[in-house]
Design a protein around this ligand. Sequence first.
Ligand code: NIG
Ligand code: FE
Length: 417
Amino acid sequence: MKPIWIKHASQLVTMEPELKGPRIGNAMSELGIIEDGSVWMESGKVIRAGTTRELELEFEDREQEAEVVDGAGKLVTPGLVDPHTHVVFGGTREAEFERRLEGASYMEIMNAGGGIHATSRMTREASEEALFEQAYTRLDSFLKHGVTTLEGKSGYGLNLETELKQLRVMKKLNSVHPIDLISTFMGAHAVPNEYKGQEEAYVSLLIDTMIPMVAKDDLARFNDVFCEKNVFTPNQSERILEAGKRFGLIPKIHADEIEPFGGAELAAKVGAISAEHLLKASDEGIRAMAKKGTIACLLPATALYLREEAANARKMIDQGTAVAISTDCNPGSSPTTSMPLVMNLACILMRMTPAEALCAATVNAAYAIGEGEQAGKIEEGKKADLVMWDVPSYQMLQYAFGVNHVQAVWKKGVRVV
Ligand code: NIG
Ligand code: FE
């Protein structure tokens, strides 16, 4: 396979690969921008990234063997990372969307057996092949929007058989689709209808049967819980996350989305790698997360879709919490596959700066799923996951909103879009 040589990119954003760890405070704005940038990719890796002049000195003699890509007027960034999706699911919930517009709340619909329960029914009924085909198409859409690494959760099975089915689908997608897919077990997404009134029995099923089985089959890296009023209490969430830890599953937590519920505090207490949503997180919770190094994974598209006020990203960044952003792609509260839109919304709804939004969608997103040393930066010797955007600057990418500016995507050095 020919090496690929990008030349004359008006901005090459490397994300400063020599900086280690998730970015906090002002470091979120250090993008490592190289003007008139150039990248040489070969054998799936970035061999060199610098100015066009620097690379010409080094690679002039090899120009004939490479495929040269003109980057004039274009922005080049690391492939985006989406650190929180529910990408494998059966069916859709457009009728529920209409009901919410008429005034029904997300939780009312869920507590009446719709919402997550509706998707659970459709996911149980769907064949493994159908789930695979539908999710594959969704991943294609992510790729067209510049995502090269993505996390996916189970949690629409809510029984052993279907949770495993979702996780197997993700494992297969990871092996055949260009996107790298990291799996999370989220059997604690809701208490299934058949366990209504016997919540503790379902918690036991999760702890005694499902978590050990998921770990034994090596089907997930993370264990996530929907810690929310009328779903899982902080105490139940803690027991489920601690059980996961005993089997090597790293905790994540859907925290303080609908009501303040101590989720951010719990994330810090159990040492979660990230806490998600945080729309209603308390000041103490945010401080505890900053102290513990728990990444805040914020989901502004979900806030918009539920017509809720978005999380207080400014406060989190000011207090030293690393912030990542994600689509939360799911059929109920965020049916989107667009990380560019999420970056736009991070700026518009949460007043993150264009630079912070890009950091949150690349390097911090990668750290939120344990991929910080493999993804989210343009680093010599590492995977060549790159996006070329049809805009001259990262500011323009965040400014001209709701538009897909992707022009080309390379995954492990191969052009996939
Ligand atoms: O992250 N809040 C819980 N889980 C998902 C929504 C799932 C659904 O509605 O199907 C979320 O928003
Ligand atoms: Fe979610």
